[in-house]
Write a protein that binds this ligand. Structure first.
Ligand SMILES: NC(=O)c1ccc[n+]([C@@H]2O[C@H](COP(=O)([O-])OP(=O)(O)OC[C@H]3O[C@@H](n4cnc5c(N)ncnc54)[C@H](OP(=O)(O)O)[C@@H]3O)[C@@H](O)[C@H]2O)c1
Length: 276
């Protein structure tokens, strides 16, 4: 009975493969009950079954497409009914990086922002009420990227806007993304000082970093951080990454299992605290 009372519950997004899958595995190995989520039912169920069959019985699948608001609401209802609370939210999904190989269309850029930034926000907003019920304070880990580091943005005004936590708001983040899309449509990415390397992906991750800091201020009882996992061998980079999945999951898992009083509102490069 005591064991059940002390069980921690985690939701991991985009967990059917890559770093999200490995995070699920490592959390389950630590005794956490993990809700492995994926947008595709078949891929998600197979991933969860492979972990259960490998001796990790406390992994359950639930569908989640972060682009679909109804899907985030359904997940929150499931967690509430099944477990009554949530202790850890690990947002790990990512839109595919098509930017590197082809001229990106504005639809693809918008899809990237809708998955990586607004998707993360949707899931977070749906699950915050359950995280508030956590007995261990709640942990949110947003998997970001070094591409989102503020100092890499050439435009000083955008850099400052994102970097000033005293004045940053969600409305300002929306405004930055609207300006980005406008410039994207007008072919003015380079001229207006947005990152020219993976522009949509980079700004989606920079805004996730800003959002993470806003949330950390709003919920001081939780530990809410973002992390660059490293350059990890996954489908995202066509397996050019130099780190293994095990190495890539280390930082996110460390932040998911932070003790009470641990850091919040911070950015980590793998397991080391770093500058935004
Ligand atoms: N790999 C690296 O070197 C690296 C470096 C820096 C940051 N990151 C970050 O690490 C995280 C994980 O990336 P990864 O390398 O493990 O990539 P990955 O292997 O390509 O996995 C991405 C995951 O996101 C899921 N996803 C995509 N759109 C989704 C949606 N709308 N709803 C729910 N899930 C969705 C994918 O599901 P499907 O299978 O259905 O497509 C997949 O499970 C991302 O946030 C990425 O930006 C990775």
């Amino acid at each position: 009975m005591e064991g059940i009372k002390n069980t921690r519950y985690a939701v991991v997004t985009g967990a059917n493969k890559g770093i999200g899958f490995e995070i699920t595995k490592q959390l389950a190995c630590e005794g956490v009950t993990v809700i492995l989520t994926a947008r595709d039912e078949k891929r998600g169920m197979e991933a969860a079954a492979s972990l259960v069959n490998s001796g990790l019985p406390h992994v359950v699948f639930h569908r989640l497409d972060v682009r679909d608001p109804a899907s985030t609401v359904a997940l929150a209802e499931f967690v509430l009914i099944q477990f009554g609370r949530l202790d850890i939210l690990l947002s790990g999904k990512a839109a595919k990086l098509v930017e590197g190989v082809s001229q990106q269309t504005s639809e693809k850029a918008e899809e990237c922002l809708d998955t990586n930034y607004y998707g993360c926000k949707r899931v977070t907003e749906s699950l915050i009420p359950l995280l508030k019920l956590s007995r261990s304070g709640g942990r949110i880990v947003n998997v970001s990227s070094l591409r989102g580091e503020f100092r890499r943005i050439p435009n000083e005004q955008i850099r400052n806007e994102l970097g000033n936590i005293d004045t940053l708001t969600e409305e300002k983040l929306d405004g930055i993304l609207q300006r980005f899309i406008q410039d994207f449509k007008q072919n003015a990415i380079e001229a207006n000082g947005w990152s020219i390397m993976l522009p949509a992906y980079s700004i989606s991750k920079a805004t996730i970093n800003g959002y993470t800091r806003i949330l950390a201020q709003r919920y001081p009882e939780m530990c809410i951080n973002c992390v660059h996992p490293g350059y990890v061998n996954t489908d995202l980079n066509w397996h050019t990454g130099t780190m293994t999945l095990e190495e890539g999951a280390k930082g996110p898992v460390m932040l998911a299992l932070l003790p009470n009083g641990g850091p919040s509102g911070c950015y980590f490069d793998q397991t080391e605290m770093s500058d935004f």
